[in-house]
Design a binder for this molecule. Structure first.
Ligand SMILES: Nc1ncnc2c1ncn2[C@@H]1O[C@H](COP(=O)(O)OP(=O)(O)OP(=O)(O)O)[C@@H](O)[C@H]1O
Ligand SMILES: [Mg+2]
Length: 354
């Protein structure tokens, strides 16, 4: 642990399941496991308002078939091979809640949170699907997927060229599956502009097909454009990673406005599951100040768990494994276990209230 990292006590009674991969308790990196910037990051999106307003009218009376508007003609015949990889642990019907991990600011910990929260949830026996909806493909890389394993992914789902089952891949993490990002996803925003139900394409592709999962996390790109809007339309709630830095609150207001706009135009049940403070440095007064400001502004929406700045977290992706497997005792890993506990508690409260 470096001098800037925080201790974070593991949650008693919230340990990984016994069948969990033998994480290197010694802290030795990656034992047993192999191992960009994005245009528009953090910038206001002047077209979003118009896009959301136009879509509300346009969507009225549309079909819910994601393969329209020119029917099956958008199917990509070059990719007609189905993945026959056996899907482990086919389980009885579960109620998969969908969380979009979103923040238009770049580098705030969206992907790190998506990967490690998903892993922490899977570690306690929850069935988890991670949808990589960022053309950078960092979640797919961070979970060790080769380019070959990404042939069918989020792009094909959005284009109606594949169904969900064809895009789901296993990962090295038991209970955690992924819809990877293929290189083509970079073109999806543009291509979707000509398709019907362009803001609903992800929702249309996954709705009613998530029964075997307890949680579905969508890793969003650092923008508020069509890919993120699709994630928010498909989601039950948004989980916002917020880096403890000077401009954190400024970006947050814009994000909350966007969530509100999506709620009023496209997805009336969209909620904010919570805001997680990331890269917290307890030796830095600014981190403390930002955390206090965010809690003052958002109250209980902010998770009690704070993710510390921790070098083990940043090392893990280059080994193609989550930090929780790279070093499950690192302060960042135990913090994500603690976050998973809070997320489960909040989800349970929503289920109980339903
Ligand atoms: N708690 C942490 N401690 C140390 N490094 C971290 C932590 N969280 C994230 N990082 C590092 O910060 C960088 C940005 O994190 P990450 O890729 O998760 O952000 P992001 O919001 O997904 O970025 P983008 O907007 O580009 O998609 C990465 O190099 C990651 O390893
Ligand atoms: Mg990312």
């Amino acid at each position: 642990m470096t001098s800037t990292e925080q201790e974070h006590s593991p949650e008693p009674g919230f340990e990984p399941e016994p069948n969990w991969p033998d994480a290197p308790g010694s802290g030795s990196p990656g034992a047993g496991y192999p191992g960009a910037g994005y245009p528009g990051a953090g910038l206001p999106d002047p077209d979003l308002e118009a896009e959301l307003a136009a879509s509300a009218a346009e969507d009225a009376g549309m079909t819910s078939d994601p393969s329209t508007k020119d029917g099956n003609s958008i199917k990509n015949d070059n990719k007609a091979q189905k993945d026959d990889t056996p899907r482990p642990h086919a389980a009885p019907q579960r109620m998969g809640r969908v969380l979009a991990v979103a923040n238009q600011k770049g580098g705030v910990g969206k992907t790190t949170t998506a990967i490690n929260l998903a892993t922490a949830l899977a570690a306690v026996g929850e069935r988890v699907l991670l949808i990589d909806s960022d053309p950078q493909g960092n979640a797919s890389t961070g979970l060790g997927l080769s380019q070959d394993e990404r042939q069918f992914g989020t792009y094909e789902l959005l284009m109606g060229a594949a169904v969900l089952d064809e895009t789901i891949r296993p990962t090295k993490v038991p209970n955690l599956l992924i819809v990877p990002a293929s290189v083509e996803l970079a073109g999806a925003e543009l291509e979707m502009m000509d398709l019907d139900r362009r803001q609903h394409r992800l929702k249309d592709a996954i709705d009613g097909k998530l029964g075997e999962f307890d949680h579905v996390l969508i890793d969003c790109p650092p923008s508020l454009t069509l890919l993120t809007v699709n994630a928010m339309v498909a989601a039950d709630a948004v989980l916002v990673p917020l880096q403890c830095e000077f401009f954190a609150l400024e970006g947050l207001s814009q994000l909350l406005r966007t969530i509100e706009r999506v709620r009023t135009t496209l997805n009336p049940s969209l909620d904010v599951q919570g805001v997680v403070l990331t890269m917290f440095d307890k030796r830095n007064n600014l981190s403390e100040q930002v955390a206090a400001d965010v809690r003052g502004f958002l109250g209980e929406k902010v998770y009690e768990t704070v993710i510390p700045r921790n070098v083990r977290i940043s090392e893990a992706p280059s080994h193609g494994v989550p930090a929780l497997i790279y070093d499950h005792r690192a302060p960042g890993s135990t913090a994500y276990m603690s976050l998973a506990r809070e997320v489960i508690k909040r989800e349970q409260a929503i289920r109980d209230a339903a």
